[in-house]
Design a protein around this ligand. Sequence first.
Ligand code: NAI
Length: 327
Amino acid sequence: MKVAFFSSQSYDIEYFNRYNKGHELLFHEASLQESTVNLAEGCEAICVFVNDKVNAAVIGQLKAKGVKAVALRCAGYNNVDLEAAKASGMRVVRVPAYSPYAVAEHTVALILTLNRKTHKAYNRVREGNFSLDRLIGFDLNEKVIGIIGMGKIGEVFAKIMIGFGCRIMAFDINSNAEMEKIGVTYVQLEELLGIADIISLHCPLNDQTRHIINTANIARMKTGVMLINTGRGALVDSLAVVDALKSGKIAYLGLDVYEQEETLFFRDLSENIIADDTIMRLMSFPNVLVTAHQAFFTDEALSKIATVTLQNLSDIAEGKPSPNTVI
Ligand code: NAI
């Protein structure tokens, strides 16, 4: 199958070429949008990542070029207009779980860094500053972790935090008896917000969860709360969070995703003037840690993303049903 890859990075090329056995893969650095659809000319499928825009206009143009399938090399599919894809007869496949461990472990890395300030200690010690001033943290033991979205990633994260001696509260539209058996308590969102010392977002982005962290819900949180988002940027109203950081309501913020990340993440902008005032304001706080959508970024996850995506493409080429079909 001839496949046009959008938003390709060096690691995509390395891992997909390593596992490819017969597809013709054309790697493009450009992200997918209406102005770049032409790169899919002559291809039967496209392969996209989290910030490629597969909207109705793009789908219409893809269909006109004879593209029959969209292979997402990620789990989330909030960037695809599924109704438009369905109406066009376009197949959409994804990688539902490449490594929940990668994302859950990165979530823990954000928590530990924000709490114990190892990023600051690293720099201090290298400059000969062995003072402990302002590096004080808190024990995770017995703290309440509020997990919004107890799916594959939320479960792994909960198990790790139970190992730290934390109490786990979860809000999800479905409860999981297995998680209850190991000590997870399912509560309503309002209760979780009011009791959690650390709140971590692991639900998908959809109409119900967009800006689930907004001014009203922040007001329900404990003063001094730590908020971590490794889910999707738009789960959080960034301007509401800036206000809460200024007032001290949120005392620690860890973000691996950001609402406007498509104009920033996955590229080196170190010599550019960044026009997004909200991310610049967020990054100016000493108690904010931002990583650029790297939670998934492990060797195991990249291998799984490549092998599952290539199998999804083979299934489509052979007209077989795929267990990873979105529509
Ligand atoms: P999953 O589908 O296994 O779990 C999602 C959970 O959220 C489910 O238990 C579901 O019932 C729950 N949920 C759905 N709607 C909800 C609502 N309105 N309120 C509360 N809970 C709700 O997904 P998984 O694999 O755990 O991934 C979760 C999210 O993490 C993905 O949707 C994706 O956006 C994000 N992600 C981020 C990555 C990164 O590199 N930062 C990498 C992979 C995923």
